[in-house]
Design a protein around this ligand. Sequence first.
Ligand code: HEM
Length: 416
Amino acid sequence: MAKITKANSLGEWFDQRLNTTAFTKVMMTEYWIPKDINFLWAMGVVLAVTFKILVISGIFLLMYYKPDVNLAFDSVNYTIMQEVAYGWLFRHMHGVAASVIFLIIYIHMFTGIYYGSYKKGREMIWITGMLLFVTFSAAGFSGYMLPWGQMSYWAASVITNLFAGGSLEAWGLVEWIRGGFTVNDATLTRFFMLHVFLLPLAIIGIIAVHFYTLRIPHVNNQEADDIDFDAEAEKYLSGDKKNAKVIPFWPVFLSKDFAVLGVFFVFYFYLVFFHFNFAIDPVNFDPADSMKTPAHIYPEWYFLWSYETLRGPFFDMMGMKAADIGLIIFGMAQGIFLVFPFLDRDPDVLPAHKRPLFNIWFWLLLLDLIVLSVYGKLPPSGANAYVGFAATAVFLVLWILLPIITKIDAKRRGAL
Ligand code: HEM
């Protein structure tokens, strides 16, 4: 057993038993981050903090929420919003955090794409990140159902119905997911379980793995400089902080992150207090009614781009039904980002501004996702249907082109 002597402080007492000094060094004061990064590298910590806000506000909501089709709507709209002290605040904080976390996730993802942070040794960071995207999407979708308003019910019906598309119908998958032929009480209680237990548990586990995947390849930097972390850390520790290319995670990197977090909080609490309604559709303030279909059914803003790829192909092509084509493109849209590191055929880690064709590709993809999101909210009739179709086609073509253009960029640079 380790030698235990009389401790002179509480810190020393813990250190003898838990080796806290070594732990703090590995996790904080000697965990090295490149100096050449900008505010976009703070998004990971902003995400971690926003997730904590979701958990804490969710725990308060859970004390009064009732997962029962006859009670859910009132437990949210009357009990929590009107009777419980500050219940409205926790609902606003939860709803707004659930929406803005997707904005930050998209910024974080596109920062990674722009700077090539998913490549050569960083693939696992990317893959665990995408797993977080999927689990957060499932958490967003299951949470949207809980207030049991009109949009909760109808969005749940439409989305679960996707599992009855094409030959999936024969498998009885949609009935298995719903726990019945229609969205019902069993559906609400199982999505409640997913939302408050299984998904948060999975998210916490995946966040831990995501952080761990950063340890070996280290965080990327603005010019994708291949840093010798050991040599630079030695420079920093020997006092040459000015020339060292790295800074410690704590206190230097985190203090920068706290500044960005401060700005984020101003934006977040402004929405919580003054613009809560942007996070919840007005239609969802009507209780769920299976006999009354809303005029337009659409998901939350962060799912609109992929929803539009489903609706985009509105006419039959090459002997295939429009609905089946939409379903195939939608299915591809869900998985394609996961394999991004393997579709990019350029072996070098470089930011997009040093990869001419990829740079154009990056901005086109971003623009296309914005167009898809805008049209995903509009009714798919007249000119809207054609714009939606064109944007879906561009989305498909961009992914087909990715391996080709990344290879051309690399060849022109002499890397292939
Ligand atoms: C939602 C929960 C998430 C949390 C809490 C989180 C947290 C973090 C943190 C703290 C970092 C290091 C600092 C930074 O670059 O910001 C990081 C890096 C990274 N994350 Fe995430 N992340 C999340 C989701 C995602 C998603 C959805 C993706 C996209 C697939 C992703 C991809 C990456 C990549 C590629 C890096 C490396 C950046 C670099 O090396 O420069 N993360 N993440």
